[in-house]
Design a binder for this molecule. Structure first.
Ligand code: FES
Length: 495
């Protein structure tokens, strides 16, 4: 029998299947849901054909038409594999954080694209500049993931000789997303605003990352970078500029500058904080006079990396736990079989196990065993708990040092904004119970993707305004602060 290859994007999985295999049969295994039971009426199982062809029967065509889906889409529940194909799973893309928050703006002519170039995910929104409405969205995983999960491994991979390929790849994918947005809406583009952390900035712009890898970790090329489509080998027109916005420091990028704009923490006399717990964890604290910011090594654990059962917040990830008498009850994203824990569930598990003293004050498993079972087949090891302690101590130490730089105490903070996908499912009370933050729950607000909101705001903001904001934002290197080690070690202990 003839066999074919199916590549699943953004999962990065390749399958070999028999001729005529229904896609529904193979996608079940990867947590894809079929809410209407494969009747072709909900459209939730839709996949985009990126390479090859998936033939459409007359009935399938009618269903696609009824659901208003454009020609590149197929319903997995109506599709069979008859040749080698690459398909993009929409359900995974839905879980990448896009944003539709409103903000203040001065209307302009034309259309712009805002891009949040994250270490893990890419989001691009096409915006009508006359009313700031989002006309189309494209999301995908960062294709550089195969060169490493976090910024440190990406830097290493650049130094190992992959820098050019990583630059080519990210420009190709971002360009491709924008081209799709333009094709969907058929409008002429005026400008493109891209934000990202400093490592993403350097790789996209083709700047050497070596200074970010060596003491004193100081890059002299943090500035705004302007491109034309030709410079990036993009085959579409942009009337004004493509701008990659400037970073504040070696590990605090324009995604955080965008976050400052989105939360308005630079507008008030009172002090507020922004904590972005993406793959690279950053903190900014300040007011309208002065802002201080730092990056912390908090991200990987909260993103599920470095945790034996950790995973991103996608179908099959436990997003939260609550206790019912003796047992921990898990909520799983997409109602699928639990495959692992995302960051919010890790916080819940640690807080709940600490409450029953199954985890001791120093993070030790109290009964001396090597692991604690949470739900079937998913357990936390001693190393996982230790990784969590490192991450929560990094946040606590970052908060304390930034507050002391401003000569304020943390109870002078009027609000703390939590940005990033992690915040979506986070139980703030549990986070406080672990000792990561010593702020009352009422002061903590989840803000969603502030980098993307800010990138859209950049489309309406004069460069001079952003330069003023940068001039009053100071980058603090936590590790070289004399008190850092002591505070960090103390913060590892649970309250
Ligand atoms: S499962 Fe509903 S359309 Fe396929």
């Amino acid at each position: 029998m003839k066999r074919h290859t199916i590549q699943l994007y953004p999962l990065g999985k390749t399958l070999r299947v028999n001729h005529n295999t229904p896609l529904m049969d193979v996608l079940h295994e990867y947590g894809i849901e079929f809410p209407c039971g494969g009747k072709g009426s909900c459209g939730k199982c839709k996949v985009k054909v990126l390479k090859g062809d998936v033939k459409v029967s007359e009935l399938h065509r009618q269903k696609l038409e009824l659901l208003g889906l454009t020609p590149e889409w197929r319903l997995a529940c109506y599709s069979q594999c008859k040749s080698d194909i690459t398909v993009e799973l929409d359900q995974f893309n839905q879980l990448i954080l896009a944003d539709e928050s409103s903000f203040e703006f001065t209307p302009k002519q034309g259309y712009g694209v805002a891009v949040d170039l994250g270490t893990t995910t890419l989001v691009a929104q096409l915006v009508d500049l006359s009313n700031a409405s989002v006309l189309a969205v494209e999301t995908r995983l960062n294709p550089q993931a195969r060169f490493g999960a976090d910024v440190i491994s990406r830097i290493q991979s650049c130094l190992d000789g992959n820098a050019r390929e990583m630059t080519r790849l990210i420009r190709l994918h971002v360009g491709n997303m924008i081209e799709l947005l333009q094709r969907k809406t058929n409008v002429e583009l005026q400008q493109i605003a891209i934000v990202g952390n400093t490592v993403m900035h350097h790789i996209f712009c083709g700047i050497d990352v070596k200074p970010l890898a060596e003491y004193p970790f100081h890059s002299t090329q943090l500035q705004r970078q302007i491109f034309s489509p030709e410079m990036l080998e993009w085959n579409f027109r942009v009337n004004d500029f493509i701008t990659f916005y400037p970073s504040v420091g070696s590990f605090v990028g324009s995604d955080i500058v965008a976050g400052i704009l989105a939360t308005g923490i630079d507008k008030h006399a009172a002090y507020t904080a922004l904590i972005d717990l993406g793959t690279n964890g950053e903190i900014v604290i300040g007011n309208k006079e002065r802002l201080v910011c730092a990056s912390t090594a908090a991200g990987p654990a909260f993103e599920g990396t470095n945790i034996s059962v950790g995973m991103r917040a996608v179908t099959g990830a436990v997003s939260s736990f609550h206790r019912d008498e003796e047992k921990l009850i898990a909520t799983v994203i997409g109602n699928a079989k639990a495959r692992g824990l995302c960051g919010s569930a890790l916080v819940d598990a640690i807080a709940l196990l600490r409450k029953t003293e199954q985890i001791g004050l120093f993070g030790e498993i109290a009964d001396g065993t090597k692991q604690l079972e949470l739900v079937n087949d998913i357990s936390l090891t001693q190393k996982d708990i230790h990784e969590f302690q490192l991450a929560k101590a990094a946040i606590a130490a970052g908060m304390e040092i930034l507050c002391s730089t401003l000569a304020i105490s943390d109870n002078e903070l009027q609000a703390v904004y939590i940005a990033g996908g992690f915040g979506t499912y986070l139980n703030v009370e549990h986070l406080i119970q672990t000792g990561a933050l010593a702020i009352p729950t009422v002061k903590i607000h989840k803000m969603g993707n502030t980098a993307l909101i800010g990138a859209k705001m950049f489309l309406f903001t004069e460069n001079a305004v952003i330069d003023t904001l940068l001039a009053k934002t100071e980058h603090i290197n936590l590790e070289s602060h004399p008190a850092f080690q002591d505070i960090y070690v103390d913060s590892m202990i649970f309250p």
